[in-house]
Design a protein around this ligand. Sequence first.
Ligand SMILES: [Zn+2]
Length: 292
Amino acid sequence: MPELPEVETVRRGLEQKLNNFIINKVEVCRDSTVAFPSNKEEFIKGLQNSLIYKWDRRGKYLIAQLKKVQNENAQYPLEYSQNKGFLVIHLRMTGYFKFIEKSTHPCKHTRIRFFDKNNNELRFVDVRSFGQMWWINKGLSLNKIIKGLGSLGPEPFSKDFDANYLKKVISKRTKSIKAILLDQTIVAGIGNIYADESLYSAGISPFREARTIKKNELIKLKESIVTVLKKSIGSGGTTFSDFRDLEGENGNFGLQTNVYRRTGKQCRKCGRLIERQKITGRSTHWCPKCQK
Ligand SMILES: [Zn+2]
């Protein structure tokens, strides 16, 4: 599943490719991809004649700010034109976008297609079909309509996410630290890969009860999370999911993991073999010697 670095890579790609993209036509190939409004015609109508003004990311959600297109030749700055709500996307397991100049015939996994007047297409492809999209009209609350968005914890890069915050939220938690890191209401955007890699880098066992972790360890954990995520964003995301960037490429520019999917291989620091075990249903990889 794409995690924060992959979604951020997609966001940057969209920002680059879809500069001033005006949605002229929308085609919904699979109704269930539209999560809101419940009427797909309303979704289509709401998005038509919208300019994608800005791409944001919150956790694993992509959020496009839309502006109303009144007169394409109007000379006033866009920031003053009327808002037309938001297009929100969650890629889930296998969703990805593809930007196609001069649209071609879609593959059978195509779920939603956006066209501009020159027939350039932004295509949403999703093999397993868990991906979702919302069109939230202005005046409506994103956080109320999209429950998962409303309950998200702080972004790992924000100043709200530090050792004091972590100490406060985990001080009574008996869950494992691994389960805590996967909890999107505690911190946004971290999934299985980056939880394992961050814990390795901080030298903390994924099985530790969250409340037993000391302040100095939490400082290290926060630093590790930020370093691991930044490094991955810099490399365009990992290659371990079915993640693809806008060119349809699997993002991997030589990024190495230390523990994730390295079961039975030697730890890069101490040589002990990396182990794997499930924690709350998720495969967890760690070095028994380096992580205490
Ligand atoms: Zn080791």
